[in-house]
Ligand binder design. Structure first.
Ligand code: CIR
Length: 270
């Protein structure tokens, strides 16, 4: 774990997958909403462009599969910690096959693959928050060699829908009561002390932190158009390269910024 902590936020590769047309009608969602396909594809392309061009990550793009309406949300198919990748067993039956190409891609990147063998267990990557010190999954069985603490998610789809890392030791969390309560439980369960940054909108707490050798601290966060009050909070973080990224369409099917990539540090296992 010590090596992982030193490398927190350091990534060389990202795995992404495009937006299928089937997302519009068939992607799972907690609230009925009309998704504009072209808009969703455009904002996803802009997201991938940030990873590739602005940040210089090596991006592996998996082919879109129309039979998997939620396949753009690759985060849920795997949890990568250092040179080990856990292939998940997503809770939604309709999402289970998303792991097939993800597993191949992670194998091709020479990561050690761990699979969930318990047919009764389910896990979505969006439920696992790696803090650099400890893993906080929403539930259930993860490989034994990770230090984990389990937290109940009182509201919202995934743990990371309202709670992510904004930097080493800094947890970004939404201001709703359930979000704050979840964080409190997380802190009570952990020996580590975290700083907290509260943003007014729960979904805006879903941001992506990186620490890249030639860029320093980087934060992909919500745009002013989408969440004006939360964007103001991020804009105060002067020591980071701040990159506002829109997900106005994908959020209609509960997709946040972390959901659209699996980030990997290949330097860990050259
Ligand atoms: C779902 O409901 O499963 C997808 N429509 C959205 C998944 C978003 N993933 C995430 O928060 N990690």
């Amino acid at each position: 774990m010590a090596g992982l902590m030193a490398d927190f936020g350091n990534y060389t590769h990202a795995i992404v997958r495009g937006v299928p047309a089937s997302l519009v009608k068939e992607a799972l969602r907690s609230v009925q909403a009309e998704v504009d396909l072209a808009g969703a594809q455009k904002e996803h392309e802009a997201y991938v462009e940030v990873l590739k061009t602005k940040l210089g990550l090596e991006v592996v793009e998996l082919p879109v599969d129309e039979s998997l309406p939620d396949c753009v949300f690759v985060e849920d198919a795997a949890v990568v910690c250092g040179d080990t990748a856990l292939i998940t067993r997503p809770g939604a039956e309709s999402r289970r096959r998303e792991t097939e190409l993800m597993k191949e891609a992670l194998k091709n990147l020479n990561l050690n693959i761990v699979e969930m063998t318990d047919e009764n267990a389910t896990l979505d990557g969006g439920d696992v928050l790696f803090t650099g010190k400890l893993c906080h999954p929403q539930s259930l069985s993860t490989p034994k060699d990770y230090a984990v603490s389990t937290v109940p998610v009182l509201e919202g789809l995934h743990l990371k829908s309202f709670c992510t890392m904004g930097g080493p030791g800094l947890i970004v969390v939404g201001s709703s009561e359930p979000a704050q309560k979840t964080l409190k439980i997380m802190q009570q369960m952990s020996d580590h002390r975290y700083d907290k940054l509260t943003v007014p909108d729960d979904f805006a707490a879903n941001c992506v932190y990186m620490n890249l050798p030639d860029k320093g601290h980087v934060l992909l966060h919500c745009t002013t158009e989408q969440y004006p009050e939360s964007a103001k909070v991020f804009e105060k973080l002067k020591d980071r390269m701040l990159i506002p990224v829109s997900n106005a369409e994908k959020v209609k099917v509960d997709g946040g910024l972390t959901c659209c990539s699996v980030l990997i540090n290949k330097k860990a296992n050259i």
